[in-house]
Design a protein around this ligand. Structure first.
Ligand SMILES: [Zn+2]
Length: 151
């Protein structure tokens, strides 16, 4: 699965369902389905129907060698799954966040944000700086530190 070819094109709703080319990127901020890990779902984990979506996301990053990915999910997601799938190429650092940590006082559900840092890029030593940078959403000092052209 992890060595299967990954398409450069995706059906794009923004452009009327046509095929749009995905451009290479050093940074990905996204997530993957939580339905098989959430207490609100059946909690089928890797046996659930959404697991192939996570495998596809991992295959994409592995093939593209994305330097930095920040993935959001529910705190019940087992980090060991990502460590098993990506740990040979990526440093995997989860952090857990209450909505109130970012000023969202009216939301109640904790989330996990999982930082994937491509090994050999210097990112693993600087992950607290990366987290600070991502949380503050301020541009590039950390990106420049890592040699990333993020903007
Ligand atoms: Zn498009």
């Amino acid at each position: 699965m992890m060595t299967a070819p990954v398409s450069d094109y995706i059906h794009c709703k923004r452009h009327g369902g046509c095929l749009c080319k995905l451009l290479p990127s050093d940074l990905d901020i996204s997530g993957f389905p939580c339905v098989d890990y959430s207490p609100a779902g059946k909690q089928l984990g890797v046996h659930g129907s959404s697991f192939p979506a996570l495998l596809a996301l991992c295959a994409w990053h592995r093939q593209r060698r994305t330097k930095l990915a920040l993935l959001e999910n529910v705190p019940e997601f087992p980090i060991s799954v990502l460590e098993a799938l990506m740990g040979d190429l990526y440093v995997v650092k989860p952090f857990y966040m209450e909505p109130s940590d970012s000023g969202c006082e009216f939301l109640s559900r904790m989330r996990v944000f999982i930082l994937l840092m491509l090994r050999g890029q210097g990112a693993s030593q600087n992950y607290t700086s990366i987290l600070r940078w991502l949380c503050l959403a301020t541009p590039p000092p950390v990106g420049k530190l890592l040699g990333l052209e993020l903007w």
